[in-house]
Design a protein. Structure first.
Length: 264
């Protein structure tokens, strides 16, 4: 389990670093007209939401820079208390900016809480429980998404991909020339997402389902313009690697780093 957690830590930190850099590249545009996320019940939650939304842009940018520095520290060596600080900073930043509505960001808001708890006395009750909850979190995300698709009609009658392809903001208009392919892709995606929470429990089905997931999320990142969500789910796939599989990937990554020009 130790190698699996290490691989997940690196993949999560890589995603978070890319997310933070994207915010810095956007500049003030990341914070302007950001939606305020308030609790309809008011009280303490609403007060906290108003306080976060009132943070000026320079302060928000400073928080992102601090988050990046802590990410670099955690990528080098895990420290559970610093991990909790990163989670808190990420929560503040994501709720202050308009990218907070992204499903991948919402997934990471949970995963970045479980991750530092995995490093509290490794092998102990807290670490093991956090690891299992993070695994369950990923499965629950797919199960909820699949269940939601069964409540409508577009996925059940095979027209969901057609509806997406007709949206001008996506780059899938070429699919409209092949309606049969749209139908196949609709039912294939629905079947894959529905069976995903079950397929990962067996090695024979886990690998192909994860591979399909990587291709699926890369496709949504490229054609639908939501790389934050697709890459967030891919980063979390590390949780379902066996320890020996994670060890081989870590060894390969270390060899690439040693051979890189920067290492030389």
């Amino acid at each position: 389990m130790s190698n699996t957690i290490a691989l997940f830590r690196w993949s999560a930190m890589a995603w978070l670093a890319a997310y933070a850099f994207s915010i810095l590249l956007l500049g003030d545009g990341a914070w302007i007209s950001a939606p305020v996320q308030l609790s309809p019940r008011g009280g303490v939650l609403q007060a906290i939401g108003e306080l976060v939304f009132a943070l000026p842009v320079p302060v928000c940018t400073g928080l992102v820079v601090c988050m990046l520095l802590l990410v670099a520290c955690l990528a080098w060596k895990p420290r559970w208390h610093l991990g909790l600080v990163v989670w808190l900073l990420f929560r503040v930043v994501s709720h202050r900016m308009w990218l907070a509505s992204n499903g991948g960001v919402q997934l990471m808001e949970n995963m970045l809480l479980w991750l530092p708890l995995m490093h509290v006395r490794p092998g102990g009750a807290i670490s093991t429980t956090a690891f299992r909850l993070a695994r369950f979190q990923l499965l629950l995300a797919y199960a909820a998404a699949a269940a939601h698709k069964f409540t409508g009609s577009a996925w059940l009658d095979g027209t969901a991909v057609v509806l997406v392809a007709t949206d001008a903001q996506f780059h899938l208009g070429w699919l409209l020339r092949m309606p049969w392919l749209c139908t196949v892709l609709t039912y294939a995606a629905l079947a894959w997402m529905t069976t995903f929470p079950f397929a990962l429990w067996w090695r024979g089905t886990r690998r192909p389902w994860l591979l399909i997931g990587v291709l699926f999320h890369i496709g949504t990142a490229v054609f639908m313009g939501i790389p934050q969500m697709g890459l967030a789910f891919i980063a979390c796939y590390a949780l379902w690697m066996q320890d020996d599989e994670a060890e081989r990937i870590i060894s390969w990554l270390r060899q690439r780093v040693r051979r890189s020009p920067m290492a030389a």
